[in-house]
Write a protein that binds this ligand. Structure first.
Ligand code: EPU
Length: 431
């Protein structure tokens, strides 16, 4: 198992190219199940989660072809992948695969839409909370599917096809909204989704579905209308930039100091995160090619944040912001409202010398003058990168173990940081 070794104390200066968004790429890949024709996705990030989803889709009969690098491509350019689901050969998504990546549960909607039935393993719990799928199943029922839970599997049937309906989510859910969009796109009749997730990844999926012939209006707002169409066709779509990756590197730059351009991201995708970084004392400038983060000399001020659905402060940046606040000059309060157990990083940050106390869903962070390097362990994707951020400012050496969590969602992390002057290296087991 690989480890990442970081020697703290270097400023970051340079350009970091922002990859395609993992959380957009995954539902877009799943949408390929909705058509017999080819869906071509550009800017797909090279991530373990993408590789795993390709395996899952292959299991259902989806062919894929990865285009080679072309001259003139950016040094870290995303991949172009063709997906073709001409024949869905298996409507079951087994436990062994779904339990490794929750988002694969989302295959349920397109497979029922195409085949009239699907059997998908319930994903089970995960490190950040219980994460049920009840709203996703409710959405499918509202679209006319019959759902039964059998031996740990959700079995959905709609022999006469899905039909439009009204879906009101009791709580904003990204996966629920993706499911409703994919189920409703080819249903008979119209669908109205209320309290839909407004995350940019939802809009990206809707844009792609519309290119495939769907009739979706209002994606990116809490009310989405879908007029079902008979079938979808092939299309070409570019995965939107990863706002969470960009926000993470913004926090790296704010933590280490220096001047970093996040190339290819639009500030509007991560305004709440950038506002918090700016309040903490870094300078944030929108430029033609991306967003520039600068901090030279000034200290870090404490800032309180509360996670919320988009456009609020993203839960996927909570751990990273907490790492930043460990060095603030004073006390900050970080409240997590989306997932009930997303504080696994607190104990590991404490190993680096952070002072953090938990009070229910709030972490109270008392900034310290210095962090000190130590061996630490990654517990989930975003928690693991928060340790990298803390390590960039810690005195001496930090090693982060279990980096397979990082590889699920950060493309070429060491290379991107090293190119800006950080001392970061990957050590393979035995190395
Ligand atoms: N929820 C339910 N029932 C459901 C579905 C959700 O109670 O049927 C609850 C969840 O337990 C949670 C809240 O609703 O408390 C929101 O969950 P949501 O459905 O929005 O999360 P998700 O779709 O499973 C996606 C991202 C997560 C991100 C959340 C919130 C992907 C692949 N995953 O998950 O990303 O944190 O939205 O923005 O898009 C990550 O990338 O590290 C990650 C965890």
């Amino acid at each position: 198992m690989d480890r990442i070794r970081i020697i703290g104390g270097q400023k970051l200066n340079g350009v970091i190219p922002v990859s395609g968004a993992k959380n957009a790429a995954l539902p877009l890949m799943i949408a390929s199940l909705l058509t017999r024709e080819t869906l071509t996705l550009d800017n797909v990030p090279r991530l373990n989660d993408v590789g795993l989803l390709i395996r899952i889709l292959t299991n259902h009969g989806v062919d894929h072809m990865i285009a080679g690098k072309r001259p003139g491509d950016r040094p870290i350019a995303g991949q172009t992948i063709d997906f073709n689901a001409k024949n869905i050969v298996d409507t079951t998504a087994p436990y062994e695969l779904v339990s490794r990546m929750r988002a694969s549960f989302w295959v349920l909607a397109p497979i029922v839409a195409r085949m009239g039935e699907a059997k998908v393993s319930l994903p089970g719990g995960c490190a950040i909370g219980t994460r049920p799928v009840d709203y996703l199943l409710m959405a499918m029922e509202r679209l006319g599917a019959k759902i039964e839970i059998e031996n740990g599997y959700a079995v959905a049937t709609a022999p006469k096809g899905l039909r439009g309906g009204e879906i009101t989510f009791p709580k904003v859910t990204v996966g629920g909204t993706h499911t409703a969009l994919m189920g409703a796109a080819t249903a008979h009749g119209s669908t109205l989704i209320r309290n839909a997730a407004c995350e940019p990844e939802v809009r990206d999926l809707a844009d792609c579905l519309n290119k495939m012939g769907a009739k979706i209006r209002g994606a990116g707002t809490p009310e989405i209308e879908i007029e079902g169409v008979g079938s979808l066709h092939g299309a070409r779509h570019t995965v939107l930039p990863d706002r969470i990756e960009a926000g993470t590197y913004a926090m790296c730059a704010a933590m280490a100091g220096g001047d970093v351009l996040l190339d290819g991201v639009d500030a509007g995708l991560l305004q709440a995160g950038l506002d918090a970084i700016e309040s903490a004392g870094a300078k944030v400038t929108s430029e033609r090619d991306g967003v520039r983060i600068t901090r030279n000399g000034s200290g870090l001020a404490p800032v309180d944040v509360t996670t919320a659905p988009f456009p609020g402060f993203p839960t996927d940046l909570q751990a990273q912001f907490m790492a930043l606040m460990t060095r603030a000059d004073g006390v900050s309060r970080i409240t997590e409202t989306i997932f009930e157990n997303r504080f696994m990083h607190v104990q590991e940050l404490a190993r680096l010398g952070a002072h953090i106390r938990l009070d229910g869903e709030t972490a109270i962070v008392d900034g310290v003058k210095a962090l000190k390097g130590a061996p630490v362990m990654a517990t989930d994707l975003r928690a693991s990168v928060s340790l990298v951020i803390a390590a960039l400012a810690a005195e001496g050496e930090t090693t982060v173990r279990r980096v397979y969590h990082l590889d699920r969602g950060f493309e070429q992390l060491e290379q991107k940081l090293r190119a800006c002057g950080a001392q970061v290296e990957r050590i393979s087991e035995g190395g």
